[in-house]
Design a protein around this ligand. Structure first.
Ligand code: C2O
Ligand code: CU
Ligand code: CU
Length: 516
């Protein structure tokens, strides 16, 4: 058995956390246990909420609440959750369902709840305009109109999305349809169909969450030294079948992960943000930026313990004076464990993964009636720095003398009462996203799913040929996506597009569009 010090070292637990005496719950190490001892904490599986059918509607009661969570033994951390103290239940529903979300806010301040990736009317989207006051209630009715996939919900409060998600306002949604049900894929929730919500946090000595206390947080977004899955620190899972489907959601505020297994074993990617790929794609490493999802089939048939890890990336960023070079060179350079697997001895044999999954009609650039361009811009340090072009003069309270970053799209920061783009209902458009900064930004568009046409003119790799709602745009890269605006028009309620690094979003890298 590893010593505690070694575990701490393996995990890179911060000196601050050590000094604060933060410990993991000890239950997993109980000496009376008859199961083999596993290091760490059992993976917590979020409860499944499948809704209550009432007439034509399927109702989901969701309470945004304050709570305390024991991430470390004996240390109670104040947190936010949905129907619980930290994070929320996994909501499961089917295509064609008429879903009624009944959201009550009791967190002591205004909030919102956004259905990331769902194709819903703008007024039901849960963006910054659908604010729910403390003790308020919001009950959008949504017809589920899209293919099966893994989605998520989270706070989208103006200027506070980062903080509220960090404290715990997020959860997973699973959408099934006839296609997904007809395939012999692992689908027993919590048994061989596993939610894997990856997040990182930083703690203060008193055990409370540490948010945005350092200069770098303002540049690279909030990143923490403590990694967790479904709210469990140092987690492990015990597979009972030869294959498991991992629904991996990067719900971190800003950190992106290069995911792989510790022994480099291959896995099969079966779905991207918007649902199933046409066929499984065998890979041994996959990048997941914040907001993105990927479903993979992991193979445990050799019965050996294995760990899902973050692979450290070698930086090619130029070594020069200044914060940007330092931050860019450090970004992603650290390897760490995310989730350990200890398969049981007598694994149930899973069905082979189907060779084809679904059909996707690939869109071509010729189908688009219009191209819009979006230039992602960041300025660090002084007001004069960075590439931002003309601004609206708007300051969200963090700009200038604060010394932190300012973030823009096409020279503007998000303002609630300014509509950046107007789109015509029924149109198919190309959105060309150019990242003028050296830092990668995951670009997310509300209203529905898109397809990636190309990255710097080159067609995307096979696992990016499916539906997406968030795409990582690397430094100086241009990504073209193609998107259709269907079903819902609204003169008054806009959708958002933004960088999904939540601190960038909160600091202005967001805009609004109407579909009319
Ligand atoms: Cu995940 Cu605008 O949201
Ligand atoms: Cu969204
Ligand atoms: Cu960003």
């Amino acid at each position: 058995m590893l010593t505690r010090r070694k575990i701490l070292k393996t995990l890179g637990l911060s000196a601050a956390a050590l000094a604060a005496g933060l410990r993991w719950p000890t239950s997993a190490h109980a000496q009376t246990s008859t199961v083999p001892l596993h290091e760490g904490n059992p993976l917590r599986i979020p409860p499944l909420l499948e809704g209550i059918q009432e007439g034509a509607e399927k109702r989901f009661e969701l309470l945004l609440q304050q709570g305390e969570t024991e991430f470390f033994t004996g240390v109670k951390t104040p947190t936010l959750g949905i129907n619980g103290s930290f994070l929320g239940p996994t909501l499961r529903f089917s295509r064609d369902d008429l879903v009624r979300f009944q959201v009550t806010n009791q967190i002591g301040e205004p909030s919102t709840l956004h259905w990331h990736g769902l194709h819903v009317p703008a007024r039901s989207d849960g963006g910054p305009h659908q604010t729910i006051e403390h003790n308020g209630r919001w009950e959008p009715l949504i017809r589920i109109m899209q293919p099966a996939g893994t989605f998520w919900y989270h706070s989208h409060m103006m200027h506070k999305t980062g903080e509220q998600v960090y404290r715990g306002l997020a959860g997973m949604m699973i959408l099934d349809d006839d296609t997904s049900r007809s395939l012999s894929l692992p689908s027993e929730y919590g048994v061989d169909d596993i939610p894997v919500i990856i997040q990182d946090r930083r703690f203060k000595k008193d055990g409370t969450l540490d948010y945005m206390s350092q200069y770098d947080d303002m540049v690279q977004g909030m990143q923490g030294d403590i990694k967790m899955v479904n709210g469990a620190v140092d987690p492990y899972f015990v597979p009972t079948s030869t294959k498991a489907r991992l629904r991996i959601l990067n719900a971190s505020n800003s950190r992106k992960y290069m995911l792989a297994f510790s022994d480099h074993r291959p896995f099969q990617v079966i779905a991207s943000d918007g649902g199933l790929l046409t066929a499984p794609v065998t890979m041994d490493m996959v990048m997941l930026a914040t907001g993105e999802r990927v479903e993979i089939i992991a193979d445990f048939s050799d019965g050996q313990p294995v760990t899902l890890v973050n692979v450290p990336m070698v930086t090619s960023y130029q070594d020069s004076p200044g914060a940007m070079s330092r931050i860019m060179r450090a970004m992603g350079s650290e390897g760490f464990d995310i989730l350990r697997f200890y398969p049981v001895a007598d694994l149930r044999v899973s069905a082979p993964v189907p060779e084809t999954l679904t059909t996707i009609k690939r869109r071509t650039a010729e189908e688009a009636v219009k191209t819009r361009t979006f230039r992602l811009q960041m300025g660090t340090g002084s007001r004069g720095g960075g590439d931002r072009g003309p601004t609206t003069g708007y300051r969200n309270g963090f700009g200038g003398g604060h010394g932190g970053g300012d973030y823009y799209i096409n020279g503007r920061q998000m303002v609630m009462d300014f509509i950046n783009e107007r789109v015509t209902l029924g149109d198919t458009e190309i959105w060309e996203i150019f990242n003028s900064s050296p830092m990668p930004h995951p670009f997310h568009i509300h209203s529905g799913q898109f397809q990636i046409l190309d990255r710097d003119g080159i067609a995307p790799p096979p696992h990016e040929l499916g539906f997406k709602d968030t795409v990582l745009v690397k430094g100086r890269e241009t990504v073209r996506v193609i998107i259709s605006f269907t079903d819902f028009s609204d003169e008054h309620h806009p959708y958002m597009y933004h960088c999904h690094m939540l601190e960038h979003e909160d600091r202005g890298m967001m805009g609004q569009f109407l579909v009319v």
